[in-house]
Design a binder for this molecule. Structure first.
Ligand SMILES: Cc1cc2nc3c(=O)[nH]c(=O)nc-3n(C[C@H](O)[C@H](O)[C@H](O)COP(=O)(O)O)c2cc1C
Length: 92
């Protein structure tokens, strides 16, 4: 299971994340789960999902999103989300 996330910068993904997505290929992960932060737009989630799909990696429909810097409560939500995704897909 690959958990992959990043923020949105000027309507796009960070160049390191874009480059990383290009290196991925089918079989690198059985499944991917996406998370993101941003100021307002959730477009980063679509962009990351698109890159993963292009690489041939199945992507979970649900994604985790928090606005700007996540609060402690949101960090705990993120951890619970990750645990739930892992449990739901066990055994991969
Ligand atoms: C240069 C820059 C450009 C940004 N562009 C956008 C944007 O187009 N849309 C948006 O919703 N948030 C935008 N943001 C907000 C970031 O996505 C948000 O602050 C994010 O949580 C930053 O995560 P980081 O601290 O891990 O880099 C931008 C932030 C910066 C610094």
């Amino acid at each position: 299971m690959l958990f992959l996330g990043g923020a949105l910068y000027a309507y796009g993904l960070d160049s390191h994340l874009k480059e990383y997505l290009k290196t991925l290929k089918q079989g690198d992960a059985k499944m991917a789960v996406v998370f993101s932060t941003s100021w307002i737009s959730k477009h980063s989630i679509d962009l990351i999902k698109k890159g993963l799909s292009k690489a041939g990696i199945p992507v979970a429909e649900e994604a985790f999103y928090a606005r700007n810097k996540p609060s402690q409560a949101q960090l705990e939500e993120a951890a619970a989300f990750a645990r739930a995704e892992l449990t739901a897909r066990e055994p991969l």
